[in-house]
Each structure stands twice: as structure tokens, then as C-alpha cells.
Design a protein. Structure first.
Length: 318
């Protein structure tokens, strides 16, 4: 079974060009130096002529240096030569990685160069093809967009199963809904610019007219506690803006709203659209409950691709 998605990439950049706030140049003459380069090797010496390849290996070398008194007294400078550094896992810096005020440990770009840490995977632009799956293309409301949309198959690009969109937002980390390898909240970047997941409205919000169902009933003062009800029961609401009745298949759509408090947003996967009742329901409930008059918008809907750069992800058996 293959997973086909219209557009998808995970990427972020961290650029460290200059650390002018630190008066470290004075200590640099005697400091240990480690060099890293996208073209280097982790079996190399770590010198300017034989640089390492990864930050993980540089961290190991730094710790080895700091394990002796001489290293603590001199400090360590880690230079990242210009280029992109793919990062597939995080780097945890602890006390073992720390120097002192007079002899610190510093990671920085090599002077005059720009090192970029890329926590995603690059897609070959040439592999994007005009979308041909009529089941998806026919759902795009904007005719101009329908003729311009491109598609890429991530399985063919070497991606594994990235999972489905999940609950996101305020206190999501403590919700019982799964968050891990079977879930995703990914983003698309093009030339370093973040793209928008196709949404409605493009700006602003829809307003809740009526709450028909809220399975996560809080106890005591409404919204004050979060210990009652079934968070998997979902909510059902209506809005005067009935745009959602045009969404034929909401299999991957998500509603993002400030369901009770204006400081607590949550994204809830869409479950169903009831044409007779003129309502829309979600698979999950808001942590603080839901009330009339609150604002929300919808995203990850092919019907709403109407601006250049918008994208939509979907899973379909092939």
C-alpha cells in the first residue's frame, strides 16, 4: 500500500553567522578548535583541512577535550563550514558540554560563511508533476488552481509513513490522543519560505453559532477543569458561514479554533459534515470545552487551494 500526498516537506533553518554579543575572540588563541563540514568525515581529525561531518561527532570530541583540565582551561571553538547540515535527530547539550565563563564552548559558523541546520528532507522540484488524480483535483473549487496544482508521491521519494494529522495546540502534549511516529504536523518550505496549508477562510475565522454536541464536559465552573467526559467523543457545531457544506470529503481536514478561551487554541480532525443539520463534527473534543461565539478556521482541504503556495496532504490506498 502506497501513501500519496500532494505536497510535503519538513524543514527548518538555524543560521549562526555571528555571535557578536560574546567577547570570545580573546580566548580563541589558545582554545581548542574543531571544524565541521558537509563534505567532511567523522573519522577525520577535525582540523580545518580534515573536518568532521556531523554535530554529533563534534559534540563527542568536545566532551573528550573537556574531560581533562587543559580543555576546561582553554575552552573549545567548533566551527561549522558553510553549507547545509541534515539533522535527523536532536542534539542534547548538558553540563558535560559546558565550558566556563573565561573558557566557553562555542558552536558557530566559520567567519564569512553560513551554516544551515536542516531538520527536514529536500524534495526534487523536477519530481513534482501535474496532479492527475481526478478524485482529488475535482474537489478543488478554484478552477485556476485546479489547472495549476502539482503532486508528488513521497513513497517514491524514499519517505516512510508520516502518519496523519493529529490534535495540536494548547496543552496537546498532555492529551491522551497519540503523538509520535503515527502522527504528523508537518510543514512545507520553498526556498526558505513557509507555505500555507490550504485553509478557509484565507484570513480571519468562522464563528460558532451553536454547539450541538460537546462530549468533553468540564466540571465545576465551565472551562475551569479538564477531568470529565470523553475527549475522543468530539464536538458538533454550526456556523452562519456554511462554507463547510461544500467540502465533499473531509477525511484529512482539520478545524483549528479557540473553542472556549481566547488564549487556548486546539486543532481537531474533522469527522463528518451533516448536510441536513448544516453542522460539522470532529473526532476529538477541545480540552477546555466548546461554546457559542468562539472562532475557528479549517485547514488541509483541497477545496480551499486558491493561493499560490498552498498545499494539502492526503493518504490514499494505491
Amino acid at each position: 500500500m502506497a501513501k500519496k500526498l500532494i505536497s510535503l516537506i519538513i524543514a527548518f533553518a538555524l543560521v549562526s553567522g555571528s555571535l557578536g554579543a560574546f567577547a570570545y575572540e580573546g580566548f580563541g588563541k589558545n582554545a581548542y578548535r574543531i571544524y565541521v563540514s558537509p563534505a567532511g568525515s567523522d573519522s577525520a581529525a577535525g582540523s580545518i583541512d580534515a573536518p568532521l561531518n556531523t554535530l554529533q561527532e563534534a559534540q563527542k570530541r568536545v566532551r573528550n577535550i573537556l574531560a581533562n583540565a587543559d580543555g576546561k582551561n582553554k575552552g573549545v571553538m567548533v566551527y561549522l563550514r558553510g553549507g547545509d547540515y541534515p539533522v535527523s535527530e536532536g542534539i542534547k547539550l548538558t553540563r558535560e558540554d559546558s565550558g566556563t565563563e573565561k573558557a566557553p564552548v562555542i558552536y558557530r559558523s566559520y567567519p564569512g560563511e553560513k551554516a544551515v541546520l536542516v531538520g527536514g528532507a529536500a524534495l526534487n522540484a523536477a519530481h513534482f508533476k501535474p496532479a492527475s488524480d481526478n478524485a482529488v483535483v475535482s474537489r478543488i473549487t478554484d478552477k485556476t488552481a485546479r489547472e495549476s496544482v502539482l503532486c508528488i508521491n513521497l513513497e517514491e521519494e524514499g519517505f516512510g509513513d508520516i502518519g496523519e494529522l493529529y490534535m495540536d495546540g494548547s496543552y496537546t502534549y498532555s492529551s491522551p490522543f497519540p503523538q509520535g511516529p503515527d502522527t504528523n504536523n508537518v510543514e512545507l518550505f520553498i526556498n526558505g519560505n513557509i507555505m500555507n496549508n490550504a485553509r478557509y477562510p484565507n484570513d480571519g475565522y468562522m464563528i460558532i453559532s451553536e454547539v450541538l454536541k460537546d462530549s468533553y464536559q468540564v466540571s465545576g465552573m465551565p472551562g475551569a477543569k479538564t477531568d470529565g467526559g470523553d475527549i475522543f467523543g468530539g464536538i458538533e457545531i454550526t456556523s452562519e458561514d456554511k462554507r463547510y457544506l461544500q467540502w465533499k470529503n473531509s477525511d484529512c481536514g482539520v478545524l483549528c479554533g479557540y473553542w472556549y478561551y481566547d488564549w487556548a487554541d486546539q486543532s481537531l480532525p474533522i469527522k463528518d459534515i451533516d448536510m441536513e443539520k448544516g453542522s460539522i463534527s470532529t473526532k476529538l473534543s477541545s480540552r477546555y470545552g466548546t461554546k457559542k461565539g468562539q472562532r475557528f478556521f479549517a485547514y488541509n482541504l483541497p477545496e480551499e487551494i486558491d493561493i499560490p503556495g498552498e498545499y494539502y496532504t492526503f493518504h490514499q490506498d494505491r
